[in-house]
Design a protein around this ligand. Structure first.
Ligand code: NDP
Ligand code: 8X3
Length: 261
């Protein structure tokens, strides 16, 4: 099925790490062309070099902060002028900051999560979608989360941003009625990436503990699902795909093996 992706142009935000980088690798191995964006330009340039070597992939890199609306609009304008409007947009850039109860939360953390996970996703979508609509083809895939279905203690604002992503998946999909444009989300549970290191502001010990005693999803597992969603025939929309590690049944039921076993 992924043969359908050969030659298609895929824009991945947050491609410098974790799920975004794995998504770039997955699409490259299916013969897609790539537009990679993240703030850490050197990381995506290094990934691009690897993908060109391994697959001969056409890759364009752009240092981008999805919170910077004028720059998002400028870049998409440049892409349009260069004939590089993506066929597939993967809105992956996102983060969590902190796990404090609401009365102890840091307002700066809240702003960063809302600005990135909700407003950044909107800025990129708003810039790209008109081109997809006028061309009459396109697929937007959000990376949501199980955190958008069920809240957990300390998740408060992160949960709210992913509930917003879920609402936007549904709302944008309705808005695209009558067009061939598909809107989807892939909603993972626990995935071992830099996510927890970012959440805990660089506390690597605390971050590592999140993934101990069970088998979490890998970034490659999630990328595989994103590629599958994108590769479905044009008349099929895998609208919301929830992906858990087998050891996790919901945010509260996580089977950790005894440390001694
Ligand atoms: P990582 O921290 O490994 O990667 C996050 C990516 O987002 C990085 O490439 C980072 O790039 C990018 N990013 C963050 N802020 C911005 C910004 N302002 N502008 C552009 N890019 C940005 O985490 P994951 O791969 O795990 O996270 C990817 C997505 O998956 C997020 O939306 C997250 O909420 C979601 N998710 C993660 C889960 C998990 O358990 N790991 C589970 C469910 C969903 P850079 O810093 O270079 O800009
Ligand atoms: C990331 C997964 O469980 O930390 O969205 O919310 S979780």
């Amino acid at each position: 099925m992924t043969e359908r992706l050969r030659g298609s142009l895929v824009l991945v935000t947050g491609a410098s790490a974790g799920i975004g980088a794995a998504t770039a690798r997955a699409f490259a191995s299916s013969g897609a062309r790539l537009l990679l964006a993240a703030r850490r330009l050197e990381r995506i340039e290094s990934l691009a070099a690897d993908l060109r070597d391994a697959h001969g992939t056409e890759v364009h890199c752009r240092g981008l902060d999805v919170r910077d609306r004028p720059d998002v609009e400028a870049w998409v304008g440049e892409l349009d002028a260069a004939g590089l409007v993506p066929d597939i947009l993967v809105n992956n850039a996102g983060l969590s900051r902190g796990l404090d109860p609401i009365h102890q939360g840091r307002v700066e953390d809240w702003d960063e999560m809302i600005d990135t996970n909700v407003k950044g996703l909107l800025y990129v979508s708003r810039a790209v979608l008109p081109h997809m609509v006028s061309r009459g083809s396109g697929h937007v895939i959000h990376v949501g989360s199980i955190a958008g279905d069920t809240v957990y203690p300390g998740g408060n604002v992160y949960n709210a941003t992913k509930f917003a992503v879920k609402a936007l998946t549904e709302g944008m999909n309705l808005d695209m009625a009558g067009t061939p444009i598909r809107i989807s989300s892939v909603d993972p549970g626990l995935v071992e990436t830099e996510f927890s290191e970012v959440r805990f502001h660089g506390d690597t010990e605390r971050a590592r503990a999140v993934y101990q005693g069970y088998t979490p999803l890998s970034a490659d597992d999630v990328a595989e699902v994103i590629r599958y969603v994108a590769a479905a025939p044009p008349h099929v929309n895998l609208f919301r795909t929830i992906v858990y590690p087998t050891d996790q049944r919901n945010p509260y039921v996580l089977h950790r093996r005894d440390p001694g076993s």
